[in-house]
Unconditional design. Sequence first.
Length: 322
Amino acid sequence: MELATVIFLFLVGIVFIVKGGDFFVDAASWIAEVSGIPKLIVGATIVSLATTLPEMLVSVMAAAKGSVDMAIGNAVGSVTANIGLIMAISLICMPGIIKRADYLMKSVLMLAASVLIVMSGVSGQMGTAITIAMMVIFFFFLWENVSSAKRSMKASADAAGRRKIQGKQEIAVNLAKFAVGAVGIVWGADLLVDNGSALAAMVGVPERVIGVTIIAVGTSLPELVTTVTAIIKKQSSLSVGNILGANIIDLTLILPLCSLVSGKALPIAATSARYDLPACLLVGCIAVIPAMVFQKFQKWQGILLLCVYAVYLYLTCSAVAA
């Protein structure tokens, strides 16, 4: 297959994922609006699950096809891109005061998952014990969000924030968006994995690098779309909640699923343990620890995150060139 064809199909995969993710997020947001669930909870659960579908499908398909480096690189690289690029943009555009209680548990869970993945890098593989610990974090995350949603909805008088459904046509349109979005994401993910692997082989770039750069950013585009929309509508809680939730899902659900699909402990390459995993933990610490201490997200955090992400990309590309 010619290089031009591979690149074209790779780009088509990204377009399918972006548009599919856009439709899926719209449908998920509609579900949230008509249910009256608070925006932070919506961002961390429904929207996060929707926007992480590209990463999930790409990584699981890659693991099933034996491209383990791409599977891990995409999942971890997406977390780093979510924080170092997308959340950084959100913090630069929408710094502000927050309630520590709203973000503390999600921040702790995300950092705990990041520490576990760094420990996996030290041992050279993501074994059974760490996989189980990741799944425990994931299910606790879901339980905590469902509990918070129930408390918030009970506290509000008869779910005052709920929007009424306008008619059967509105239901049909959103169900269609949900279905078309899901199909677009699946097809896009398949094209992205197949042609990403082919591209890596043709140009001599390791699958890990393709995974943590082009594919990671490509599958994070739904989060970027959500963040840009949230910036325009000045909904910072939806944006940050979506990113934190997406990162927890990337680490605690996608990686264990990859291990399950591959049928063995996930081996972690030395270069990934040296660059990708520590970068994931570092950007997470920069993003949430100062915010939890000072109870506000600040513009300097976003600027620092962008700088760290740029250095990480430079080191990753330099390691390949060397």
